[in-house]
Design a protein around this ligand. Structure first.
Ligand code: SF4
Length: 165
């Protein structure tokens, strides 16, 4: 059976039916949340997030778990007037960067895009390119995508041609 999800808006409980040994610890600990006679049998809105997390930790079979929140992604722009970078952070940890060099006042060259191996496969490189496009549009400047990765993204998307130099 498929893993089921139950959320109180802050915390999402995952339940794997095939792992549940029906020990009933959840029902005894939080009867307002876990009631096998009702549907849905888990009502996370009837407890605080802290109570839910504590209880899930006591499930003896591992049938219950807490869904990890989505990564929070933040991109910051640094610029010393000659060159700079867009740096991406994943849950406040440095995850990669896209460096650029100004070519005059009205255009900049994307030189290089690099994502830390640990954060590969999350689409962060593309997010960096998109952030640079957003910046270029807001500031009425153009982009020369020299970096092969950025060039590939530009070549693929018609949407970015307005900022391409
Ligand atoms: S505590 Fe875990 S194993 Fe026990 S009934 Fe609840 S979900 Fe199933």
């Amino acid at each position: 059976m498929k893993t089921k999800e139950y959320s109180n808006g802050e915390v999402t409980i995952l339940w794997k039916p095939e792992k549940c040994i029906h020990a009933g610890i959840c029902v005894k600990t939080l009867p307002n949340v876990y009631n096998p006679k009702e549907r849905p049998w888990i009502k996370p809105e009837n407890a605080t997030s802290g109570e839910l997390i504590d209880q899930v930790a006591n499930c003896p079979s591992g049938a219950l778990s807490i869904k990890e929140p989505l990564d929070s992604i933040k991109i910051e722009r640094e610029d010393n007037g000659k060159k700079g970078r867009f740096a991406v952070y994943c849950n406040d940890e440095f995850a990669g960067e896209m460096t650029f060099t100004w070519a005059g006042n009205t255009q900049f060259i994307i030189d290089h895009t690099g994502i830390e191996p640990k954060f590969a496969g999350k689409g962060l490189g593309k997010k960096l390119v998109m952030k640079s496009v957003e910046y270029a549009r807001e500031n009425n400047v153009k982009i020369i995508p020299l970096c092969p990765f950025a060039k590939m993204i530009f070549d693929k998307s018609q949407d970015f041609q307005d900022v391409r130099s």
